[in-house]
Design a protein around this ligand. Structure first.
Ligand SMILES: Cc1ncc(COP(=O)(O)O)c(C=O)c1O
Length: 287
């Protein structure tokens, strides 16, 4: 069955939604995106994603195309029209289609932003086999641009990173810059040592994960110790546990890094507890 998607004010069958070849998202990766998870037909952390969308847009001289309430209504309408129980809502905003290719930004008064949203159904999203077994990651050099805090659609290198991981028989890659882990290709990276949760501090070097913010808040509420600092691959390999967070994977344990198995090679107690707390709290607060 064709999905119903949203494009610039209209709900359309996916086969009828099309964007201009001059769209700057297509020609220049001049756009930003958000991914919000849906559990039991309700949106997880919607307000956080809406806030980060505005931040990404403003950093690139674009404005929110509508109010947060209007955006929420579109998300909910897509959940309803597609009967979505568990899955994701992908949202992308680009600088629009000026009708020709030019490096100079078009005038927003005459070139409206392009706004696209679609659903991705993922039955039993919170019950994935990867979360049960834990992930294997490899390390790769982080050669992305310097504003990774802006959630742009320039995802070629992260996509290549996933392919490098796949070719190496792993699930994902952690990126390393100046000897320190920045983040995963599509998630934030953590290690656990002597009961302390360690994750890189916020800066332009990493995406400010919405799941990261929630998980660190829940960890502190549960009296767990959190240290925001960078770490090396060697430190991670010697850690008691490791895990990642993202809107689509929630909290997922990492059990192997560059071929070195952590502990018993199964998801550790801290990662499992945080996953459980995160899922419980997210379900309770979903809108
Ligand atoms: C590079 C990167 N880091 C971190 C994250 C996690 O962010 P969030 O928890 O908001 O999904 C993502 C999510 O797509 C990402 O692409």
């Amino acid at each position: 069955m064709a999905r119903t998607v949203y494009l610039n004010g209209e709900y359309l069958p996916e086969t009828e939604a099309s964007v201009s070849i001059f769209d700057r998202g297509f020609l220049m990766a001049d756009g930003v995106y958000e991914v919000t998870s849906v559990l039991g037909g309700r949106l997880v952390d919607f307000a956080g994603h809406a806030k980060r969308l505005e931040r990404s847009l403003n950093a690139l001289d674009m404005k929110m195309p509508m109010t947060e309430e209007a955006l929420l209504e579109i998300h909910r309408e897509l959940v309803r029209r597609n009967d979505l129980e568990d899955g994701l809502i992908y949202l992308q905003v680009t600088r629009g289609a000026p009708g020709d290719r030019d490096f100079i930004f078009p005038d927003p008064a005459t070139t409206p932003l392009t706004v696209v949203l679609f659903t991705q159904s993922k039955p039993n999203l919170a019950d994935s086999p990867e979360a049960k077994r834990g992930l294997k990651v490899i390390s790769i050099e982080d050669i992305r641009w310097g504003r990774r805090d802006i959630k742009t659609v320039q995802l070629l290198y992260p996509s290549m990173g996933k392919m490098m991981a796949k070719a190496a028989g792993a699930d994902d890659a952690w990126m390393v810059e100046d000897g320190k882990v920045t983040e995963g290709t599509s998630n934030n990276a953590y290690i656990v040592k002597d009961g302390r949760i360690i994750t890189r501090e916020l800066s332009h070097d990493i995406l400010h994960g919405i799941t990261r913010a929630a998980v660190l808040r829940f960890a502190e509420e549960a009296q767990m110790k959190v240290e925001e600092r960078s770490f090396t691959i060697e430190e991670a390999q010697a850690a008691d546990e490791a895990f990642i967070t993202s809107a689509s994977s929630f909290v997922t344990a990492v059990i192997q890094i560059d071929g070195v198995t952590l502990g018993e090679g199964v998801p550790g107690p801290v990662a499992q507890r945080l996953r459980q707390i995160y899922l419980e709290e997210s379900r309770a607060r979903a809108v």
